[in-house]
Design a protein around this ligand. Structure first.
Ligand SMILES: NC(=O)c1ccc[n+]([C@@H]2O[C@H](COP(=O)([O-])OP(=O)(O)OC[C@H]3O[C@@H](n4cnc5c(N)ncnc54)[C@H](O)[C@@H]3O)[C@@H](O)[C@H]2O)c1
Length: 357
């Protein structure tokens, strides 16, 4: 049985992975573009593409041999009614596309990060996905990639004691462009632990026509997410794209965006830690093919996949809530904010130069 698929937004994430990413990203990231991942899945047929830019749309249609093209994404959703929809537009307008997809019976979505621009949109999306019969994955794909899955499995196994801290070192990056990834890694590593509070120090915060409207994409100088059970998640400015999972007796580290997994633990009577690489199996699907394969399993009714998607959806919404929490912490002088007390009127447009995240 095959499923009909479509992609809205035919830029770098939708259709044409940037040459720099192709050249430098570790192999676990490929295929990255939504259309390419869909084309590689044996149970999916890429039926249609949409882009508001006719030149981008033509280029993608030619590259992928797709006949049905739409400059208006709403027409694609209403006329094609795909089973699976990739949404790789910029963030503004993404919530509307997802809501339209849900209303028109799309069963599975792979949406780019960030999810949306306002608390109001977030609440609408949570309500739309609440019935639990729609599946959702997100552009924060590390949670589906073998090196990250392995590292989290080791860190949570108890082999090196309890997990105490998770440190995400993606460099000095912007809240909306970079750090949806960091927040998702914290949620993935802590495996469903409740978030107790968040706090942040941000720079480049440009306020719009009201105090709760942020025009810019602020830079995270430091951010902390406190989880129930005492695990502390930290987003740093440290470069290198490493994720450090610190346990009571040692560390598990995913280095350089998944190039390698290493443990850093004491050996025998020697209390000093020693670095040792861990072999990562390569059999699992990689890149965007990993979440897309998971969505296909959900549509095929695999109970394990369906359960996993429940926690994935919960984390997509929680991750977006945390991004708003970090903004609100900054507005309160960096104080800790409980997510239950978030104000519902916040909007972030996340503009950098002439573009939005
Ligand atoms: N997952 C990741 O690692 C990762 C990496 C880079 C970017 N992103 C995210 O992916 C999204 C896309 O980034 P990009 O670099 O591919 O951008 P891009 O500008 O290269 O592509 C976006 C495309 O969407 C089209 N578009 C915009 N609004 C549309 C709409 N309403 N309907 C149809 N088409 C529309 C644009 O014309 C453009 O062709 C961004 O939100 C970005 O934050 C994710």
């Amino acid at each position: 049985m095959t499923f009909d698929a479509a992609v809205i937004g035919c830029g770098r994430m939708g259709a044409f992975t940037s040459p720099a990413v192709q050249r430098f990203a570790p192999p676990c990231w490929m295929p990255l573009a939504h259309a390419e991942a869909i084309r590689r899945h044996p149970s999916l047929v890429l039926q249609a593409l949409s882009d508001v830019d006719p030149a981008a749309l033509r280029r993608a249609a030619e590259a992928y041999g797709v006949a049905r093209t739409f400059e208006d994404p709403r027409r694609l959703i209403e006329e094609v009614r795909p089973d699976l929809l990739g949404v790789a537009t910029r963030t503004i307008g993404r919530a509307e596309i997802l809501l339209r997809g849900v209303a028109c019976g799309v069963r599975a979505f792979h949406a780019e990060k960030p999810l949306c621009n306002s608390m109001h949109e977030l609440l609408e999306l949570e309500a739309a996905f609440a019935p639990g019969d729609r599946f959702l994955t997100y552009g924060t794909i590390r949670r589906f990639l073998a090196p990250y899955r392995l590292a989290v499995e080791i860190a949570r196994s108890g082999r090196y004691g309890a997990l105490l801290e998770v440190q995400v070192n993606l460099g000095r990056g912007a809240l909306y462009w970079t750090h949806p990834h960091s927040v998702d890694l914290l949620l993935f590593a802590t495996g469903g632990a409740a978030v107790e509070s968040v706090s942040a120090r941000l720079s480049n915060v440009v306020i719009g026509e009201a105090a709760c409207i942020v025009e810019s994409d602020p830079v995270i100088e430091s951010a902390t997410v406190l989880f129930a059970g005492g695990i502390e998640g930290r987003i740093t400015r440290t470069p290198g794209c490493d994720v450090v999972l610190a346990c009571e007796q040692g560390q598990v580290i995913v280095e350089a965006d998944g190039r390698e997994v290493v443990t850093y633990v004491p050996a025998g009577d020697d209390a000093y830690c020693h670095r040792a690489p861990v072999a990562v199996g390569q059999s699992a699907p990689a890149g965007t093919l990993a979440p897309v394969s998971h969505l296909v399993e959900c549509m095929q009714g695999d109970p394990h996949a369906v359960r996993l998607n429940e926690s994935t959806r919960r984390d997509v919404f929680m991750g977006q809530r945390i991004l708003f929490g970090l903004l609100q912490s900054q507005a309160r002088g960096g104080r800790e904010v409980a997510l239950a007390e978030l104000a519902g009127d916040w909007v972030i447009r996340a503009r950098s130069g002439g573009r939005h995240a």
